[in-house]
Design a protein around this ligand. Structure first.
Ligand SMILES: CSC[C@H]1O[C@@H](n2cnc3c(O)ncnc32)[C@H](O)[C@@H]1O
Ligand SMILES: [Zn+2]
Length: 446
């Protein structure tokens, strides 16, 4: 027997359980994850790690599951400052009568900075390591995510009409192209194009979005088929379903992510499947706004890649992706009339690897495999509300909530340690959040 060569590395995480996501459906026990720099050097049984690696730091997690960081594929981060401001309303009333007026009144660079930081604090604490954002002042969101060390797809807004961030399509597209160029090749920030929805963006800017995507490689994310009203109104106005119009304009494809898709006909499924378009499922926002239910099972059967998003905190009303995975699993079963429709392992895959696929980064994110980037989380299963443990994957989806996350690393850098954020000053953030709440309450009282 020959002695193993000892390799030096940075961090060793000893985990009671490990869910690598790849291969799907596997739970390993007594595993070590070795991190060297920003990457995973190895995932191996602890006894083997003892013989093969010497690390400068070891973290023992004897009651924990370790898994890849979650990828929240759709949201409007700074809307966290509007959490609970306008509840129990359908989408168009919520937008037209409450959210858009409030955005006109309050959204500024400082609002975006503070609201985004609040959202990042919540996402990090609940296991998200990568998020997708579609909101105003995307250059500020990108800078904040980068400074904090979170990965983020930053979709710049594109609409027919002026907003606080732009005068109209020309302005949005030129600012957006500058954003894409500014972050080219960055490991954390993935700039993308965010046409708001088919009912707010006309054909010409949509075609220009496609051209910009082709020129730069940037992805496109848009709200699509969110409600029955959206589809029937478009049929009256354009004589076709919105997705058909998008297909003709060249919007669909492997670089496009359609958010919501609660209204799905057989021909819609064919368009999505044939083009390789990704669907981002936001079950809690769809439930709360009574928008409809995405037929996840039918889409999965056709091989369509489905990832999960929370949407903004004003329509959810939290950014806990574990909760979202649970809701996704629950409603998939009812919609398909099949208790096996979306298993716990499949829900976890949607919240990790499928998000990485939608971003085009499945080769380096979304699973715990040697060589991938070290975006890792740990969840403590020792609390009474998740005992006893027979199957940790079941617990993560059906019994857990994100607040059981105790540790996270992004790019090998610790972000959460023993449940505490390492890179966000929470007391200072709370003071700024309360100042915004005062202003918003004052305005609501008028
Ligand atoms: C142009 S920035 C994004 C824009 O979208 C609004 N928004 C938030 N949630 C939804 C949703 O579920 N459907 C459509 N639009 C939504 C947000 O308030 C911003 O104005
Ligand atoms: Zn949205």
């Amino acid at each position: 027997m020959t002695a193993d060569t000892i390799t030096a590395a940075d961090i060793r995480i000893n985990a009671r359980w490990l869910i690598p996501i790849e291969p799907c459906g596997v739970v390993l026990e007594h595993q070590a994850v070795i991190i060297q720099g920003c990457r995973i050097a190895a995932v191996l049984p602890t006894a083997q790690a003892d013989r093969k690696f010497h690390t400068r730091e070891t973290i023992n997690l004897p009651n924990h599951v370790v898994m890849p960081g979650l990828i929240n594929m759709h949201g409007h981060a700074a809307m966290s400052l509007f959490r609970g401001m306008a509840d129990d309303l359908p989408l168009m009333t919520w937008l037209n009568d409450h959210i858009w007026p409030a955005e006109g009144r309050f959204v500024s660079e400082q609002f975006i900075a503070d609201g985004t930081q609040l959202a990042m604090a919540e996402m990090l604490r609940t296991g998200t390591t990568t998020f997708s954002d579609m909101y105003f002042f995307p250059e500020i969101v990108a800078q904040m995510a980068h400074d904090t060390g979170m990965r983020a797809q930053i979709c710049f807004p594109l609409l027919d009409f002026p907003t606080v961030w732009g005068a109209g399509p020309d302005d949005y597209l030129s600012k957006g192209e500058a954003l894409i160029n500014a972050w080219k090749g960055d490991t954390y920030i993935m700039p993308a194009i965010g046409p708001h929805a088919p009912y707010t963006v006309s054909d010409e800017p949509l075609s220009r979005a496609v051209a910009l995507s082709e020129k730069t490689g940037a992805r496109i994310q848009l709200h699509l088929h969110e409600t029955e009203f959206e589809v029937t109104e478009a049929e009256e106005k354009h004589g076709q379903r919105p997705i058909k119009r998008l297909a003709k304009l060249g919007v669909l494809g492997v670089k496009t992510q359609c958010v919501h898709m609660t209204q799905v006909s057989d021909s819609d499924i064919a368009l999505l499947a044939d083009s390789g378009t990704h669907v981002i499922h936001c079950p809690e926002s769809n439930l709360k706004l009574a928008s409809g239910l995405c037929p996840v099972h039918n889409l999965m059967e056709r091989g369509i890649n489905l990832a999960i998003g929370t949407d903004g905190a004003a329509s959810n009303n939290d950014l806990d992706l574990f909760g979202e995975a649970r809701t996704a699993a629950m409603i998939a079963k009812v919609v398909a009339n099949d208790a096996a429709a979306l298993s716990a392992h499949q829900a976890l895959q949607m919240a990790t690897l499928n998000g990485a696929k939608a971003l085009g980064r499945e080769h380096e994110l979304g699973s715990l495999v040697a060589g991938k980037l070290a975006d890792i989380i740990a969840i403590d299963l020792s609390d009474p509300f998740i005992q006893p443990v027979y199957d940790p994957a079941s617990h993560l989806v059906y019994s857990n909530h994100g607040r059981a996350v105790t540790h996270s690393w992004i790019n090998g850098v610790p972000q959460v340690q023993d449940g505490k954020l390492t890179r966000i000053d929470v007391p200072d953030l709370m003071l700024r959040v309360e100042e915004w709440a005062e202003k918003i309450r004052e305005q609501q009282a008028v």
